[in-house]
Design a protein around this ligand. Structure first.
Ligand code: ZNH
Length: 141
């Protein structure tokens, strides 16, 4: 469960990152593709070279979805319901991968926030990204 303090930290970080959504999203994706190459199999139609238009565009979409979720921390299921359908019924991404991307997002935040990426921010994002991942996985059967 996210505490009131967690929610504040998440929203502060998202506001601070709002002008870098594409960059942070793309960096997280590139990090995921390099660190966990098996994740590339979901993107056979993408140019996965560093800085490609598709990575940047998709990075922006994913990070924007997260920023939007951060504005709806009290009703994540509702806020993410369309994305949840998409991942469960159309994309059929193995939910294991949500953890991998979350991990990569944390590292990107740590790199950019530096000393502001405190253990408290880390803990809050860990809970937030896990909550997002469970919503995205909740319609699988
Ligand atoms: Zn995902 C898509 C979000 C994870 C895979 N995604 C997508 C989108 C979004 C997202 C927003 C777009 C949609 C539209 O267009 O409508 N994701 C997301 C999030 C997350 C995710 C938030 C977490 C956190 N995904 C994921 C993973 C994977 C994926 C992990 C694998 C690995 N997605 C995907 C795909 C797609 C998507 C494949 C499609 C792309 C294209 O464009 O084709």
């Amino acid at each position: 469960m996210l505490t009131t303090d967690d929610k504040k930290l998440i929203q502060q970080v998202c506001e601070r990152s709002s002008s870098h959504l594409e960059q942070f999203g793309a960096e997280a994706l590139e990090r995921m593709f390099t660190t966990y190459p098996q994740t590339k199999t979901y993107f056979p139609h993408f140019d996965l070279q560093h800085g490609s238009e598709q990575i940047r565009g998709h990075g922006r979409k994913v990070a924007t979805a997260l920023a939007n979720a951060a504005k709806n921390l009290d009703n994540l299921s509702q806020a993410l319901s369309e994305l949840s359908n998409l991942h469960a019924y159309n994309l059929r991404v193995d939910p294991i991968n949500f953890k991998l991307l979350s991990q990569c997002f944390q590292v990107v935040l740590a790199v950019h926030l530096g000393k502001d990426y405190t253990p408290e921010v880390h803990a809050a994002f860990d809970k937030f990204l896990s909550a997002v991942a469970s919503v995205l996985a909740e319609k699988y059967r």
